[in-house]
Every structure is written in C-alpha cells, then in structure tokens.
Design a protein around this ligand. Structure first.
Ligand code: GAL
Length: 419
C-alpha cells in the first residue's frame, strides 16, 4: 500500500518533469544558424555536435554557416560585416579573451549569459581563470566548448630515428640539428600562411620571455622595443632560415602534411593538428605522430578556448540558448573534443573518451603554468591582430628585427594595449 503511494508520487513527479522539459523542447523549433570556420577537415567535431542537437530537438534545423580558413582569418572578416550590418548569426565561434571582450563585448554586441551560467551550475565546473576570460564586471559573455594548446611541437618519431635526430628541448638545440636535416634534404620546420607564422612567433616569444614577461607584454609593463622583444624577432628570423619557401601558399593542414609525409621534421601548431591527424588522417598518437612542448616552453601551457556567444538581435534566440546549453554540458564537451583534438573546458570530463595525446594535454592543463595565446584571441583584440598580421608580413620580407619591434610598439599603442 505504502509502496504503491510512493510509486504514484514518483510517477507523477516524473510526468511533471517530462511535461516541462518537452515544453522547453517544443520551443526549440525552426532554424538555428551557427557561424564558424570549422569547415572541411576541421568539420567533424562540429558536425557531431550538430547531429546531437538535431536529435535532441527534432523540430529544429541547423544552418551550418562556415567560412573556411585556419584561425578564422576569413570568417572573422565576414562576421564583422554581418555584425556591423545588423545581420548577426544566431551564435558564432569566438575565442575567449580579448577577441570576445575587447572586440564584441566593448561594442555592446553580446547578450549577458550570467543567468544561464547560474541555471546550469557552470560557475562551479569551468575553471575560474577561464571564467575570467569570458567575463567583465557586467556579465559573462560566451560559453566555452574546449581548451586548445598552442605551443605544441609535432613530429613523426620513426622519421626522426631514421634521420638520426632527437626532439629539440630548446631553440639552440633546434638550430644545431637543423643544418643536419637540411643536408639530408629535409625541411627542418614547416610553416604555412601568415597566421601560422604568428603562431610560431608566439611560441618563440614565450621561450625567450618566459611566462611573466609574456604577460607583461599585454599589460603594458614590457615595451615592445625592449632588448628581450627585439631578441624574439632576431631568433624568429634565425629559425625561419630553416623553413619551407612556399609557406605563404600553405594552409596549416598542408604544413602538418609535410611532417606526416616525411618532407619536414617538425611543425609547431595548436593541438587541432592532433585532431586532424587522428580524426582525418587516422594516425595513432605516439607512433603515427609524436609531440612535445615547443622548444623552451616545457611546463608552460599556452592556452586558447573556442566559445560561442549570443549576439544581440539574433533571429532564433531560444534555439541558440538550447545550443549553448548543449555546448556547455559534460556530454556536449565530451562529444566534441575527442574529435577536435582539444580537451573539455569542464573540470569533470570523462577522460576515458580521450586519446593518449589529449590525456597528456589534460594533465599538463592541470599542472603547468598557464598563459594566453596571441594568435588565437586571448591576449589581444581584433584590432591588434589585424595590424600585427601586417607587421608579420613586413618582417617576413625584410627580416628587420628592430623595425618589427618599432612597428609592433606603435600597433600596441593604437590598440590600447597596456592602458
Ligand atoms: C583556432 C581555433 C581552433 C582551430 C584553429 C585552426 O583559432 O581556435 O579551433 O580551428 O584555429 O583553424
């Protein structure tokens, strides 16, 4: 008798919960336009999330708007036109940090998501330092889907053994083995288009400056014209002597391919490269490819985080909120990240779903010193990034360290860095 009353009560509660959740699901119908640069080889992880969403909300159809091009160089230009023209997508990919805060939040283009964080309990599951990158004193502005590492050196262990070289721990070691590789007809370090040079630059800068001075560059305490920063450009110029001459015409995937095919010994890239090698090229971490912290940065994790926000005036707000909820959930993150080559931004992820590379990245994320990436929107806003691309172009053709340092200082002042 007693049991049956309890049973009825429990059944009633379940029915009420179901009623409410299906009412919420019913509100999610029609279209959802998501905007990102995860197209082609970069697509599988996002596509897994999209099919998850469409299964959760059968009444909704996702419009997957992508503009191809690594690190969003092309997508961000299209996004800018749409945002300024009053035609925002329902949600879009944006890096945590200054790309979000110093670009779209200062322009009042994003909706505050503090209420969603409270509702979903996210303040407890995302690390405090990451929350800081997504927040101002007026709100929390996007939902992180991952943590990527920028300072990773990739290679194929079997190839290094064949060529008789080891993994360089420092740039001095690299400069010692590079001529030997060159003599064997192997490109010591592969590089691609402009932004991948900036990506390499930030690893070189981190090794010369160390984490404290790297941060000082972004809060205005270290001048771009200081001898240390000039040294970064000089060393960067030395390293470039051992890279491929067709770099400007190569995507990051093509630069990775050079290592995989044995045309180049090393490449420095964010760990989306391991996602590409495991998910697309089906290589096994450890044997198919090897990895290490970029020279001189052991114990430091240069991070970046892809996030999605809710732009002011988007057309399908309820659908976008449902997308953000799924993205921030444990299951959403553990669906996306093993394919993407990134780790979950949450502290409670299921590490058994991640491969050997990602498990090592998760360990480093917990134990290393953390700094933010320049090439991927953490430490500088879009204005600085666009101008820095020009500084990089000039340096790539002139190799003049002093001139690059002067130009970067001017660009930093214009972008309000250190103010
Ligand atoms: C980064 C982004 C990564 C990956 C990479 C290459 O900026 O955060 O998720 O897409 O660009 O395109």
């Amino acid at each position: 008798m007693r049991t049956s009353r309890w049973f009825k009560l429990a059944a009633m509660c379940a029915a009420i919960v179901l009623m409410f959740s299906s009412a919420a699901d019913a509100a999610v119908r029609g279209k959802l336009e998501i905007f990102s640069w995860w197209a082609g080889d970069e697509g599988p992880a996002l596509e897994a999330l999209i099919s998850k969403y469409e299964k959760m909300y059968p009444g909704a159809t996702v419009i997957n708007s992508t503009v191809t091009g690594g690190s969003g160089v092309n997508a961000k230009a299209v996004l800018k036109t749409r945002m300024l023209g009053g035609d925002p997508p329902d949600t879009f990919q944006v890096h945590a940090g200054q790309e979000l805060i110093g670009t779209w939040v200062v322009a009042n283009r994003m909706e505050d998501l503090t209420w969603l964080y409270e509702q979903e309990g996210w303040n407890k599951v995302f690390p405090a330092d990451l929350l800081n990158l997504l927040s101002t004193d007026k709100g929390i502005w996007s939902v992180p889907v991952n943590i990527h590492r920028s300072n990773v050196l990739y290679f194929v262990p079997g190839n290094l053994a064949k060529w008789g070289v080891g993994v360089p721990n420092t740039w001095d070691e690299f400069l010692e083995i590079a001529p030997k590789l060159k003599a064997k007809g192997v490109i010591p370090l592969s590089v691609g288009e402009n932004w991948t040079a900036t990506h390499l630059w930030e690893s070189v800068a981190l090794s010369v400056l160390g984490p404290v001075k790297w941060e000082q560059l972004w809060n205005g305490k270290l001048s771009w014209r200081s001898p240390e920063v000039i040294r970064v450009w000089e060393l960067f110029g030395e390293i470039l002597k051992y890279t491929n001459t067709d770099a400007p015409s190569l995507s990051w995937q093509q630069a990775t391919d050079m290592v995989v095919k044995g045309e180049a010994a090393f490449n420095i890239m964010g760990d989306w490269a391991s996602g590409y090698m495991t998910t697309t090229l089906k290589l096994k971490p450890g044997t198919g490819f090897g990895w290490a912290a970029s020279p001189g940065t052991k114990g430091i994790f240069m991070m970046l985080s892809d996030s999605f926000g809710l732009p002011v005036g988007c057309k399908n707000k309820e659908n976008a909120i449902a997308w953000l909820k799924m993205l921030g959930s444990r299951d959403g993150q553990d669906t996306f990240n093993p394919l993407k080559g990134s780790i979950s931004a949450r502290t409670d992820s299921d590490l058994t779903k991640y491969d050997a590379y990602l498990q090592s990245a998760a360990r480093d994320w917990r134990t290393n010193k953390i700094v933010g990436s320049l090439a991927h929107g953490v430490v500088a806003n879009e204005r600085f990034m666009n101008d820095f691309a020009t500084v990089m172009d000039i340096f790539l053709s002139t190799k003049n360290a002093q001139a690059a340092a002067n130009a970067a200082q001017a660009v930093a002042i214009q972008a309000g860095i250190g103010k």
